[in-house]
Design a protein around this ligand. Structure first.
Ligand code: PHE
Ligand code: FE
Length: 298
C-alpha cells in the first residue's frame, strides 16, 4: 500500500508488535516464521481461497500467470525467502521483510534496487475484509505476482528511482497518486475490450474485486499521466474513479520521460477530486457515484 503520510499513524502499532525483532537500518529484518500461529495460517488460507474463487476472469492474465509461476500456495503464510528465490530467477526482484510501513526514502530505495518490502504480519480474522495498513496478504498476494512480469518489474524499479527524485523536488504527493491509481487500484483493458484488475489493493480485497468491475457507482476513465497526478484519492472507501490502461507497456512508456518539467507544470494546476470527471477525460463508464460517502481525500 501507499507509504506516503501513513507512516506516522502506524508507528505506534509498529512499536508494540516489534519490540524484540532485530531491525536493520534499511528497516528489513528476518521473517520471524516461528511467530505465525495456526490461526495466522488459517487466516491466510481463507483469504487466499476467497480470492482464488473470484479472480479468474477478473484479474489480468499477468497476475494469474505470476501467481501460478511463484507457486504461492493456499496452505499458509509463505516463506519469503523461498518466494524470493523463484522471483529472482524470473525478474531479478527479491522480497525483503519489514515491520510495516516504512519511511518514503527507505521504500523507494528498496524498489530502486529491485527489493519489494513486505510486511511480515498478517491481519486478524476480524479484519478479513478491511485493513488500514498493508499486511503480508496484501503485500505478497496483491503485489508480488506482478513482479514476475518483466515489464511491470521494470516499471516498479523505475518508480522507486522516480520516488527518490520526486522527494528532492517536493513532488511526492503527485507521484504517490500515480502509485495509487496504477499499482494499487489500476484496471487494464484486454484486447477484447474486457476490463481486468491489476491493482494490488483490489486484488487483495474480496469486496473491491467485485465492485471495481461490476458496480455502476465508480467512474472508469482512460489513464492519462498528468490527469492521474492531479487527482486526489480516497483511502477509506471503494475508489470513486478507476483509471484504465491498455498494457503495461503503455504505462511504462508514459512514465519514461523525466518528470521534472511535469512537476513544475503541476504546481500551477488545481487538483481534481476523487470523483470528478474532467472535460478532456476519455470516459469508459461514468459512475452514478452512489456508493457510501464520508472520509477524506489525500
Ligand atoms: N520518469 C519518472 C521521472 O523522471 C520516473 C518514474 C518512472 C516515475 C516510472 C514513475 C514511474 O521522475
Ligand atoms: Fe500496496
Amino acid at each position: 500500500s501507499l507509504r506516503v503520510s501513513q507512516f506516522r499513524r502506524s508507528t505506534m502499532a509498529l512499536a508494540e508488535r516489534h519490540d524484540d525483532l532485530v531491525i536493520r537500518a534499511d528497516y528489513t529484518h528476518d521473517q520471524p516464521l516461528e511467530r505465525y500461529t495456526a490461526e495466522d495460517h488459517a487466516v491466510w488460507r481463507d483469504l487466499f481461497r476467497r480470492q482464488a474463487a473470484l479472480l479468474p476472469g477478473r484479474a489480468c492474465d499477468a497476475f494469474l500467470d505470476g501467481l501460478k509461476g511463484l507457486g504461492v500456495a493456499a496452505d499458509g503464510v509463505p516463506d519469503f525467502e523461498r518466494l524470493s528465490d523463484v522471483l529472482e530467477k524470473a525478474t531479478g526482484w527479491r522480497i525483503v521483510c519489514v515491520p510495516g510501513l516504512v519511511p518514503d526514502a527507505i521504500f523507494f530505495g528498496h524498489l530502486a534496487t529491485r527489493r519489494f518490502p513486505v510486511t511480515w504480519w498478517i491481519r486478524k480474522r476480524s479484519q478479513l475484509d478491511y485493513l488500514q495498513e498493508p499486511d503480508c496478504f496484501h503485500d505478497i498476494y496483491g503485489h508480488v505476482p506482478l513482479l514476475m512480469n518483466p515489464v511491470f518489474a521494470d516499471y516498479m524499479q523505475a518508480y522507486g528511482k522516480g520516488g527518490l527524485k520526486a522527494a528532492g523536488l517536493n513532488a511526492l504527493h503527485h507521484l504517490a497518486r500515480l502509485y495509487w491509481y496504477t499499482v494499487e487500484f489500476g484496471l487494464i483493458e484486454q484486447k477484447n475490450g474486457d476490463l481486468r484488475i491489476y491493482g494490488s489493493g483490489i486484488l487483495s480485497s474480496k469486496t473491491e474485486s467485485v465492485f471495481c468491475l461490476d458496480s455502476n457507482a465508480p467512474n472508469r476513465i482512460r489513464f492519462d499521466l498528468i490527469r492521474v497526478m492531479r487527482t486526489r484519492y480516497r483511502i477509506d472507501t471503494f475508489q470513486k474513479s478507476y483509471f484504465v490502461i491498455r498494457s503495461f507497456d503503455e504505462l511504462f512508456d508514459a512514465t519514461r520521460p523525466d518528470f521534472t518539467p511535469l512537476y513544475a507544470q503541476l504546481r500551477d494546476q488545481p487538483d481534481f477530486g476523487a470523483a470528478d470527471i474532467a472535460l478532456q477525460d476519455s470516459v469508459i463508464t461514468r459512475g452514478t457515484l452512489d456508493a457510501k460517502q464520508g472520509g477524506w481525500e489525500a
